[in-house]
Design a binder for this molecule. Sequence first.
Ligand SMILES: [Zn+2]
Length: 155
Amino acid sequence: MDGTVIIPYRSFIFVFMDKNLRYPLITGKSRIAGKGAFAGQPIAARKKLGNMGGEIISYKEAQKRVKKQPGNVLFMVEFDNEDIALDASINSNALRYINHSCDPNTYMRRAYRKVEFYTLRPVRKGEELTCDYGETHHDGKLPCRCGAGNCRGFI
Ligand SMILES: [Zn+2]
């Protein structure tokens, strides 16, 4: 895979290269919240989709920036073992539009200053990509609209 991204927009098709993506992803209106990321082709289980683009910043700086970011969107990813975060609102790619679901089809791995996404199961072309945010800066106070049968109710 060369990381080509095809985004259909009305009758136009924009194609651009993103070195961080291994599969074509499409962004569009989500059935969960705001904008979502969708598979541009069928993708098998346990495949790396790519790295979330963004800027690595200190945890302190991240706390400042989070206050300015919209709710229910994962634009800031914290790391467990380091006082750093990835601000995905800058220099990012379609992976930042992966919404939370309590029954996700992708997994987010945070390691070595990278945020990687992997499929958990086979994904159909056009299927919305979701991941379990786990503990986020919303602290479980944001109502979850994922619609999964096992929805926990809050993010
Ligand atoms: Zn849910």
